[in-house]
Write a protein that binds this ligand. Structure first.
Ligand SMILES: C[S@@+](CC[C@H](N)C(=O)[O-])C[C@H]1O[C@@H](n2cnc3c(N)ncnc32)[C@H](O)[C@@H]1O
Length: 285
C-alpha cells in the first residue's frame, strides 16, 4: 500500500491513490480546478459527506457510479462539493472605492451628458453573492435612482448550490461588519432576533445570477465596462489563467476595468492591460 493510501486507511472510507487521481483528473477537465496532493484531505472530507448522503460505502463504488449510466447526474454535486466558496462583503475594499470613484462617477457624468446609456458589470465566480451585492450597494449609495437603474450586474458561478444562497440574499448579520454603515442602511434590513441581514430589492433588481462554467463558451457578449474575477483564477493552472485573461480582455471595452484577487496576477500580459492600481487593470485600446 502506498503511503498516501496508508494515510486514509483508518478512516471511514478508503481513498486510494488511483481514486484520488481519478477525481483530480475529472475536476481538472470539468472545472479547470487543480487539486495538488496537499488537497487530498480536503477532497476526502468534502466527498465523504457526499458518499454518506448517497449511502455509498466506498470511493471505489462512488467512482463506479460516476462512470456508470447515471454518472453525468453526479458531476454537478461532485464539483459543488469540491469548489471553495470563501468570500465576504467588501472583500479587498480598495476595489470598491476604485469602482465608485473611477467607474460610477464617470458613468454618472457621461449618462447625464447623454454619452453613455448604461453600465455592464460582471462578477465572475461570485460564490454566495457577497461580491455582487457589495457592488450593488455601492451603486445604490453612489448614484441617483435613475442612473442606478441603468447598471446591470451579471453574477455567475459554477456551483449551483452556492448560487441558490446568492439568489436568496439572506446572510448572517455578523457578515455586515465590513459594510460601511451609511451604505448598509440604504439597502440591507437586519433582523436582530434571527441575526440575519437581508439584501433589499433595490440591490436584487440590479443583479442577474446565472450558472456559468468559466471554461466553457460564455453566452453573454461584450462590450463590458467592468469585470470582477477575484480569487477564482488561483484555483486554475497558468495556461487556463492566461486564456481567461485573454478572453476577459476580448470582452472589456477599451478603458474598462478588470479586478483580480490579491494573490493573483495577469501573468505578464501587459499588451492587453495597463496597471491602474493594486490588482486593478485597465483595458488598453
Ligand atoms: C473563493 S470563491 C471567490 C468569490 C469572490 N469572487 C471573492 O473574491 O470573494 C471562488 C469561486 O469560484 C468558483 N469557480 C471555481 N471554478 C469555476 C469555474 N470553472 N467556473 C466558474 N466558477 C468557478 C467557485 O465555485 C467559487 O464560488
Amino acid at each position: 500500500m502506498g503511503s498516501a493510501a496508508q494515510a486514509t486507511k483508518d478512516r471511514e472510507f478508503t481513498l486510494t491513490s488511483s481514486d484520488f487521481a481519478f477525481i483530480v483528473k475529472l475536476v481538472y477537465e470539468r472545472a479547470g480546478i487543480v487539486l495538488g496532493d496537499h488537497k487530498r484531505d480536503m477532497v476526502y472530507t468534502r466527498l465523504a459527506r457526499r458518499l454518506r448522503s448517497l449511502g455509498i460505502e466506498s470511493f471505489k463504488a462512488y467512482i463506479e457510479l460516476i462512470n456508470g449510466p447515471q454518472g453525468d447526474d453526479e458531476l454537478g454535486p461532485l464539483i459543488n462539493a469540491i469548489t471553495t466558496n470563501h468570500t465576504k462583503f467588501f472583500r479587498e475594499a480598495h476595489h470598491f472605492s476604485h469602482f465608485r470613484n473611477e467607474v460610477l462617477k464617470p458613468f454618472a457624468k457621461a449618462f447625464r451628458q447623454g454619452k453613455q446609456k448604461g453600465l455592464r458589470v460582471w462578477s465572475a465566480g461570485c460564490s454566495s453573492g457577497e461580491e455582487p451585492y457589495s457592488l450593488a450597494m455601492v451603486v445604490a449609495a453612489s448614484l441617483p435612482k435613475r442612473e442606478a437603474e441603468k447598471v446591470r450586474i451579471l453574477a455567475t458561478d459554477l456551483d449551483t448550490n452556492i448560487l441558490e444562497t446568492a439568489k436568496r440574499g439572506v446572510y448572517p448579520a455578523n457578515g455586515m461588519a465590513e459594510v460601511p454603515e451609511a451604505i448598509r442602511r440604504r439597502s440591507v434590513s437586519i433582523d436582530p432576533k434571527r441575526e440575519t441581514a437581508t439584501m433589499g430589492d433595490n440591490l436584487k433588481s440590479l443583479i442577474v445570477f446565472k450558472q456559468l462554467n468559466l471554461l466553457k463558451p460564455w453566452p453573454h457578449k461584450g462590450p463590458l465596462d467592468v469585470i470582477f474575477c477575484r480569487n477564482v483564477m488561483i484555483y486554475f493552472d497558468p495556461e487556463t489563467r492566461r486564456s481567461l485573461i485573454q478572453r476577459y480582455a476580448g470582452l472589456l471595452r477599451p478603458g474598462g476595468y478588470l479586478y483580480i484577487g490579491h494573490s493573483e496576477s495577469l501573468l505578464g500580459q501587459t499588451d492587453l492591460f495597463e496597471t491602474e492600481a493594486s490588482t486593478t487593470y485597465k483595458r488598453l485600446p
